[in-house]
Design a protein around this ligand. Structure first.
Ligand code: TXA
Ligand code: MG
Length: 381
């Protein structure tokens, strides 16, 4: 299948620019589009065949329900059995934006879209391209993250092209996603309401609207424990994982960088390719390691020997360091996380060492994704 790549400028586009994409959605075709969280792989949520095609394109298990995207609150009516007051209150506060609500589904939504469940996940994205696409399509758009199943979610059109080119009808390139982590998911069908997936909208923010809301147990999980089963079916799968073995180090940050240096050096000496995921604060602590492995080294965003930004993935025993921003600025860390995980695949890192981040606020979402990517392999130093 030929995938049309359509570039659209977020700061200046018209309805006309989204006409073909909207028509594709109505015809049951698949269109990947940018949202403020991550890119979505969209299809008509009312069309069970479109949903089946989404699962096939991603290689996703079909018991993993899709999120249905709307462009204004009134569009929620046909999708659900009833609209609880709390849904309206959350919408007033956080929609459009990075929040997904689980509600009892109506008969209008096929079970293929909800992975066989009687509930439906609904989100109103704030990204202007996403919003206009839904409006123009005239139907709600079912969209999981636009990555191949198991890989990190996509925050740039290039990521989507990498994973889904040739498997879907169109990719809208609208630049990078601002937030970079998927939406916060709240289940409103249980009491008290539960957060099934942490995201940019934090527990503290949600408690201003629902004082007794809590995290689902699986969100707080810190060890590999198969007896804690996630309520969001998608959260139980191996996810976000880079191909290399990822280990997280937590504790006092000077000890963390020391432990990472020791582990990295051991693997580098043995001829392995190593990746380090770091922050502005700790980047400098790897300078000695960098200079030792300099002749052969092409990491650190710009290769010191060639000046090229293109990593040479076929050289062995290389060190690649990715600095994703300041520890003081968690939004920046969140926005760069998936791109960094993909980078380590690109350079074929065999061992990856990551710092841990604090777990308050959006840090909870960062650590949730990082921990899943590491298969809960976290070492306290
Ligand atoms: O930010 C986002 O939410 C992005 C953008 C594209 O909107 N979408 C996204 O979709 O992350 P996806 O499919 O990758 O993740 C949806 C998650 C899965 O873990 C799924 O199991 C859960 O939501 N989910 C969907 N419907 C559900 C339901 N009815 N009950 C419980 N969990 C549900
Ligand atoms: Mg996903």
């Amino acid at each position: 299948m030929e995938t049309i790549i359509k570039k659209i400028n977020i700061d200046g586009f018209s309805r006309e620019d989204l006409k073909e994409a909207a028509l594709f959605i109505r015809e049951g075709k698949l269109v990947a589009f940018p949202t403020e969280t991550v890119y979505g792989l969209g299809g008509n949520a009312y069309d069970s065949t479109a949903s089946a095609r989404i699962y096939a394109a991603k290689g996703r298990p079909s018991d993993n329900p899709l999120i249905v995207h709307i462009s204004e609150f009134s569009e929620i009516g046909p999708l659900v059995k009833n609209v609880p007051d709390v849904a309206r209150a959350l919408s007033d506060r956080f929609w459009p934006g990075p929040l997904t609500m689980i509600l009892e589904k109506s008969d209008r939504i096929p079970k293929e879209t909800t992975g066989g469940l009687d509930t439906v996940a609904i989100r109103m994205p704030s990204h202007p391209i996403a919003n206009m696409l839904i409006r123009e399509a005239g139907v709600p758009i079912a969209a999981p993250s636009a990555n191949a199943s198991g890989r990190p979610s996509t925050t740039k059109a290039e990521h989507v092209i990498e994973d889904l080119s040739g498997r879907i009808d169109m990719i809208i390139d609208g630049g990078s996603s601002d937030i970079g982590l998927e939406s916060t998911i709240v289940d409103l069908t249980v009491s008290p309401a539960l957060i099934l997936r942490p995201g940019y909208i934090t527990l503290e923010m949600l408690r201003e609207v629902i004082p007794d809301i809590e995290y689902d147990k699986a969100v707080l999980k810190r060890i590999k424990d198969d007896t804690i089963v996630a309520k969001a079916p998608g959260m139980k799968y191996r996810h976000y994982a880079p191909k290399g073995e990822l280990t997280i180090y937590e504790g006092d940050i000077s000890r963390v960088s020391e432990a990472i240096r020791t582990s990295a050096e051991e693997k580098l000496r043995a001829g392995h390719t190593v990746g380090i995921l770091t922050s502005d604060e700790l980047l400098g602590s790897y300078s000695e390691l960098r200079s030792i492995y300099q002749e052969e080294h092409t990491g650190c965003d710009v290769c010191p020997d060639t000046g090229s930004t293109e990593p040479d993935a076929d050289k062995k025993g290389m060190l690649y360091i990715k600095d994703i921003g300041s520890r003081e600025n968690e939004s920046e860390i969140a926005a760069g996380l998936f791109d960094a995980l993909r980078y380590f695949d690109e350079v074929k890192a065999e061992y990856i060492y990551a710092e841990s981040f604090t777990e308050g606020g959006i840090g909870q979402a960062i650590m949730n994704r990082l921990m899943k990517a590491a298969g809960y392999h976290i070492i306290t130093v």
